[in-house]
Design a protein around this ligand. Structure first.
Ligand code: UDX
Length: 442
C-alpha cells in the first residue's frame, strides 16, 4: 500500500521505516529540511537500536523516501498517518497545534479518498475534531479519520513495532477498517483489536496511565520498604509472579521520564476533569513520581554530608537505557540542583551526553567524559541515573580505586547491594533496606 506519514520524530520515523520494511511504499514528510536531508542520506536523527540498517536498506529498495512537501507525501497515498508531537500545554491538556497544522496543510491538497490515521497519542474525540476541521476547510472528497495507536518503547522501538503484543485499529466504517486490516496483513502473531475510533483513542491513554501507575505503585512500596526494612525487588517478584499482576513495570527507582508518560498522564487527568470525573489516582501517580528525585538527592546528601566542593560522577542522563532521549529525564531535575549545591560533576552517558551538553555546556564545574571509569576518577560518589546495561559489567575494583571515597547512590537499583559492599562501597539504592542494613552492619 502507499502511505504518507507526517512527522519523523521517534514514532513517525520508526513507523515509516518499519512499514517500508513490511513492503509498503512510504513517503514521510517533515517540515524540517535538515532532518529530511539527513534521513534521505540514510543518517539517523535519533539513536534507536536496529533502525539504522532498516533505514538504509529501505531507502536503497526505494520503498521509503523523505520530503518537506506535504503534497508529495499525500500524492496517491490512500492512508495518511499523523505522527507529529502532542506535547503538554501549561494547563496539562495536550497541545494539538501540530496535528491541526498538518490537517490545515493537507486539506487543500486532498483530491480523492484519504484515510487519515492518528498514530500519536491524542485525547479522546480528536478524530471528531480532525474530521470537522477538514469539512470546515472545504474538503469535499470523501475523507475519514481513524486511530491506530502506537505502543512502541524507545530503545526497543523496532522490535516493538515488528513484534507487538497487540494491534489496535479504531475505525468507524467498513472501508476504513478494511484498509487498516489490509495494512496489517503481515503475520504479527498477535491479536488485532478492531474497535471504534473513540475506543482506540481511549485505549492508548489508558495504557500509558496504567503503566505509569504500576511504576508509582512500586515506588511507594519502595518507600515503605525503607521504613520497615523490606526489599522492594523481592516484593516485586513476589507479586509479579501472579499472572494477574505480571512482572513488568515493577522496577522501583527514580521513576518514569520520557516524552510520553508525564504528558499523557496530565492530559488524561484533564480529559477526566472536563468530563466531570475526578481521577485523583493519576494525580497521585504523578506526585509520587516527582518526589523520587528528592528521595534520591536526600540519600546523596546524607552520604556525602556536605555537598559543596564534592565531586560526583553521574552514570547516565537519558530517561531510560538504549536511547539518547533526555526529555523529562530525572537527570534534568537533578543536575541543576547539584550544580546549585556547589558540586562538581563528571558526567557519562553512552548516548545522551551530547543532548545534555546543549543545555548544560561543559565548564569548570561540569565535565563530560567518555566512560564510567572516567566519571569515577576523583569522585566522592557515583550517582546512577539511567539503567544502561553496560554499567552492570563494570570492573568495580577499578571503579573503587579511581574514586576518592567509595560511595554509590543508585537511582535505578541496578546493582546487588551485597556485591557492592564486598567491593568496599557504601551503597545506597531505593527501597531495598539499605538504611536498615547500614544500621545493622554499622
Ligand atoms: C512508553 C510506553 O511504554 C509505550 O508503550 C508508549 O508508546 C510510549 O511511552 P517509553 O517512554 O519509550 O514508552 O519507555 P518505557 O520503557 O515505557 O519507560 C518509561 C519510563 O519508565 C523510563 O524512564 C523508565 O526508566 C521508567 N520505568 C520503566 C521504571 O521506572 N520502572 C519500570 O519498571 C519500567
Amino acid at each position: 500500500m502507499r502511505l504518507g506519514i507526517f512527522g519523523t520524530g521517534y514514532v513517525g520515523l520508526v513507523t515509516s521505516v518499519c512499514f517500508a520494511e513490511l513492503g509498503h511504499s512510504v513517503v514521510a514528510m517533515d517540515k524540517d529540511s535538515d532532518v529530511v536531508t539527513r534521513l534521505s542520506d540514510g543518517a539517523l536523527t535519533i539513536y534507536e537500536p536496529g533502525l539504522q540498517e532498516l533505514l538504509r536498506s529501505n531507502l536503497r529498495a526505494e520503498r521509503l523516501s523523505f520530503t518537506t512537501d506535504a503534497g508529495e507525501a499525500l500524492d496517491s497515498a490512500e492512508v495518511v498517518f499523523l505522527c507529529v508531537g502532542t506535547p503538554s500545554r501549561s494547563d496539562g491538556r495536550a497541545d494539538l497545534s501540530q496535528v491541526e497544522q498538518v490537517v490545515r496543510g493537507i486539506a487543500p491538497l486532498v483530491d480523492g479518498y484519504k484515510l487519515i490515521v492518528e498514530k500519536s497519542t491524542v485525547p479522546v474525540n480528536t478524530a471528531y475534531c480532525i474530521d470537522r476541521a477538514i469539512r470546515q476547510l472545504g474538503v469535499e472528497a470523501e475523507c475519514e479519520v481513524a486511530s491506530n495507536p502506537e505502543f512502541l518503547r524507545e530503545g526497543s522501538a523496532v522490535h516493538d513495532f515488528l513484534h507487538p503484543d497487540r494491534i489496535v485499529i479504531g475505525a468507524d466504517s467498513e472501508r476504513a477498517r478494511g484498509l487498516l486490516l489490509e495494512l496489517y496483513q503481515h503475520d504479527f502473531g498477535c491479536p488485532i483489536l478492531v474497535t471504534s475510533v473513540k475506543m482506540a483513542e481511549l485505549i492508548k491513554h489508558t495504557a500509558n496511565a496504567f503503566l505509569a501507575t504500576k511504576i508509582s505503585f512500586i515506588n511507594m512500596v519502595a518507600d515503605l520498604c525503607e521504613k520497615v526494612g523490606g526489599d522492594v525487588d523481592t516484593i516485586a517478584r513476589g507479586i509479579g509472579l501472579d499472572h494477574r499482576i505480571g512482572t513488568h513495570f515493577l522496577r522501583a527507582g527514580l521513576g518514569f521520564g520520557g516524552s510520553c508518560f508525564g504528558k499523557d498522564l496530565k492530559a488524561f487527568v484533564r480529559i477526566a476533569d472536563e468530563a466531570g470525573v475526578d481521577f485523583a489516582l493519576l494525580r497521585e501517580v504523578e506526585k509520587i513520581n516527582t518526589s523520587r528525585v528528592d528521595a534520591l538527592l536526600k540519600k546523596l546528601d546524607q552520604a556525602l554530608w556536605v555537598l559543596r566542593d564534592k565531586t560526583v560522577g553521574v552514570l547516565g542522563v537519558a530517561f531510560k537505557d538504549n536511547t539518547d532521549d533526555i526529555r523529562e529525564a530525572p537527570s534534568l531535575r537533578i543536575i541543576p540542583r547539584l550544580l546549585e549545591s556547589g558540586v562538581t560533576l563528571r558526567i557519562y552517558d553512552p548516548q545522551a551526553a551530547g543532548k545534555l551538553a546543549t543545555l548544560y555546556p561543559a565548564d569548570e564545574q561540569l565535565t563530560y567524559v567518555e566512560s564510567a571509569y572516567e566519571a569515577s576518577r576523583g569522585a566522592h560518589a557515583l550517582l546512577v541515573l539511567t539503567e544502561w546495561e553496560e554499567f552492570q559489567s563494570l570492573d568495580f575494583a577499578c571503579v573503587r580505586s579511581l574514586m576518592r571515597t567509595p560511595v554509590i547512590v543508585d537511582g535505578r537499583n541496578l546493582f546487588e547491594a551485597g556485591r557492592m559492599r564486598k567491593h568496599g562501597f557504601e551503597y545506597y539504592s531505593l527501597g531495598r533496606g539499605d538504611a536498615i542494613l547500614e544500621r545493622a552492619t554499622g
